[in-house]
Design a protein around this ligand. Sequence first.
Ligand code: ARG
Ligand code: GLU
Length: 714
Amino acid sequence: MKKIFFTLICLLLFKTIFAVEGMWIPTFLKKFNIEEMQKMGFKLTAEDIYDVNHASMKDAIVLFGSGCTGEVISDDGLLITNHHCGFGQIQKHSTLAHDYLTDGFWAKNRSEELVNPGLSVQFLVKMEEVTLEVMKGAKEDLKDEDLKKLIASNIEVIKKSYAGKTNYLVDVKPLFYGNQYFAYVYEVFKDVRLVGAPPVSIGKFGGDTDNWVWPRHTGDFSLFRIYAGKDNKPAPYSPDNQPYHPKKFFPINLKGIREGDFTMVFGFPGTTQEYIPSQAVRLLIEKSNPNKVDARTIKLGIMEKQMAADAKVRIQYASKYAGVSNAWKKWQGETKGLIRLHAIEKKEQQELEFSKWVSQSTPREKKYGAILENFKKNYAELSDIQIAYDLYNETILRGSDVFGLIARFDQLAQSVNDTVKFNRQKKVITEILPPYFKDYDGPTDQLILPALLKLYLERVDPKYLPEKLNSGKADLKNGTWIQTAYKKSIFSDSLKIKSLLSDFNTKRIKKLQKDELYSLYTTISDYYNKNIDPAYQRLSQEILKTQKAYMAAILEMKQDQRLMADANLTLRVTYGKIEGFEPMDGVYYQYYTTLKGMIDKQDPNITDYVVPEKLKQLYQAKDYGIYKNSTGELPIAFCASNHTTGGNSGSPVINANGELIGVNFDRCWEGTMSDVLFDPERCRNISLDIRYALFIIDKYAGAGYLLKEMNLIR
Ligand code: ARG
Ligand code: GLU
């Protein structure tokens, strides 16, 4: 009995110690984190993670494209990231004849690796705090506009000084809402080739149904290779380029994982909002999330039907669908999680404590006394136009394909008197037209546009709509008018569009204005840009300014505490433990899944749950080789309590010895509110077990030759 009691206490203690909220800055680990990390089991030092003078983990990690992470796993620049991060590339190489989405792709040798124009990876060379340099010359009484200008010009100076004579890319970014600044120096490689990808039935198993959900059986990985010039430096694509030799690559651990093991995730988290006030949370829960979700529900419903009816449309819209549905599902989980955590009330409580702290001294009163009032006033105003803003974005700007294209031509028309701008814009359109029409299906888009417009007209307050729209509401809501206009429009015809672009001039613009679809778009967008956007921007600026002051006050109030800077798509370390969780009363989720679970889930009638034949055979034969776990099963995924967010996809999941044990690809749905409020009980990141990736490469795809260049720890 005593023993059981002791174990219980330990379990309870464990629970609270395990999860550590925060995405930490690599150069500050020594000061804030390393001791705690080592207490949790980490065996290495802060310098092993980040060091400018010696090879360290950071030298094996890249920002992949514009919003994912990847890590190098061989001395020949082999890189692993998620399948969903490489999805756009895999899809671009896919046609009905070579359907790499459905069949997977494996380069049998280096000459078969596929080139990806536009894709780049960035290694962080170094990062340094530059707050003093950015604020140089800033006096207390400077006007907002002047301060902005001063900061911008200081940043330019800093960028130049860091770049020197190198080709490095330098970025200066604010942290804590501009209470701190960092310079980031990157080396950018633009020749990145596709090496391998499993079929979607593995790489996207569970599809959008299981997306954001634990337990999970998705083999969410793809392989790329970084190429460099003969000097091992970045070079534009050339057949003569050679595989890049990194300063460091990750060894891969095949010994497996156990609950309670230390893990860290090192990658590029995109955005979090841990310090927003109660009003912002309320806006998110009550207006922003629900309206955006509704718009996307409509769009997804149409896409789904069209994709199911036509294999060509299925390929064309696969990437678009995944993109739209991802945030759609996350917003729903986030809303639920915030409500469950009583996030609004918690924030209000914090604000109460804050105002108590402020009222304790007159200087504080003077400096910070207006903050909460300002929030209240500005959010009240913002709240009024939030729906107009969100729905404009969801339904007009990013709703239908055709309005997206028209928007481009509208910009072109507006720059007709500025040759430089005009030529730049024309070049952009010329480049996007082929991929646009490759993935465009007229009948689908002709259904999406009127359905979204209808929602826009129903939800947006008439005072935020152009008069013309208000008076023609019945026609527009009915939809037939739009469909007819769409069919007649020049924008539904790729040949006409090409010819329009080739001799675009003032005369053509006049004619264009008679195109009903074009004129509908410009009526809405002109009105929006004149009447809504300025108000929205003004309020956002006001709020940002208040948020900066609020942040400064919090930093002062909690100066003896360790505070996390919100994610800003720069390299961060987050750590926790491998652990399951209780998603709801009475249910406990294990920390790992297996191939058996995938087989149990299979359903030949549901696309998301089709298991490829060969995988079934491997399962029957239990042919798991060196990839099985201690109970003889094949592991697929695991969950852990690392505080991650979008952008961490593809990030290395690292064990106590600095070896790769997994690739991060998701968070559990019950924990998606962690971008605003972290709950150690329920927030879990989801990772692919690296053994499953190797199993697929080796046993399933027969691409075992790739393993030869890796460093496997058995
Ligand atoms: N939820 C993950 C992320 O935010 C995965 C998204 C891609 N997967 C999908 N089924 N759409 O990126
Ligand atoms: N799938 C996400 C990504 O692409 C990671 C999941 C999350 O938001 O934590 O970055």
